[in-house]
Design a protein around this ligand. Structure first.
Ligand code: TMP
Length: 209
């Protein structure tokens, strides 16, 4: 059986990833595709416990934060994502390793090379097949995230941190423009979803056996 397609959604705070996740799932299901939706940090019980811990902590060192993200990720990948892909299901994850490059790399200053080492070691060289990067100026995203009320420790970071996160994501996109597709998240929702539908159509057509 052909492996399923692994799609990840990325971007800074408040860029509309989670809103569009439902749209993407619906779009793929309407095209007859078996879809598993998941998120990071989290996705399996142990990783969800780590998520609660990481997001509540105020005093984690950047290195510890990175290692905990990967501790959650290795369970998530080996117990849920990889088996589903092997069964031919498509997996959509709300964040994955690009978030570690952006937040722990760009945001906290850890060298990308170190993150790459963990990625190669722990994920058996596997990468997402398609990454949708929702991009918007930091002010736009932070205002949306704050209007939702609750904020986590990342949403409370200063503006400069979020700017470094955005620039790191854009750097990832420039380095891998085939895998990472940038979506202009400042556009009205119907236009954002139009961009998403076009990208999904192109991958559905090439992915089917
Ligand atoms: P969420 O807001 O998309 O639910 O993600 C939770 C937070 O975790 C978000 O602020 C980004 C952060 N994060 C990292 O810092 N590194 C990572 O590797 C992942 C997956 C998330």
């Amino acid at each position: 059986m052909k492996r399923g397609c692994f799609i990840t959604l990325e971007g800074g705070e408040g860029v509309g990833k989670t809103t569009n996740l439902g749209y993407i799932r619906g779009y793929l299901v309407s095209r007859g595709i078996d879809v598993v939706v998941t998120r990071e940090p989290g996705g399996v019980p142990l990783a969800e416990e780590l998520r609660g811990f990481i997001l509540a902590q105020r005093s984690l060192l950047p290195e510890a934060e990175l290692l905990l993200m990967f501790a959650a990720r290795v369970h998530h990948f080996k117990e849920k994502i990889d088996p589903a892909l092997s069964e031919g299901k498509w997996v959509i994850s709300d964040r994955f390793t690009d978030a570690s490059y952006a937040y722990q790399g760009g945001g906290r200053g850890i060298a990308w090379q170190r993150i790459g080492y963990l990625e190669d070691w722990l994920l058996d060289g596997r990468r997402p097949d398609l990454t949708l990067l929702f991009d918007a100026p930091v002010e736009v995203g932070l205002a949306r995230a704050r209007s939702r009320g609750e904020t986590n420790r990342f949403e409370e970071e200063e503006r400069a941190f979020m700017e470094r996160v955005r620039q790191a994501y854009l750097q990832r996109w420039r380095e891998e423009p085939e895998r990472i597709r940038k979506i202009d998240a400042t556009l009205p929702l119907p236009q954002v979803q139009g961009q998403i539908a076009r990208l999904l159509d192109s991958i559905i057509d090439t992915w089917r056996p």
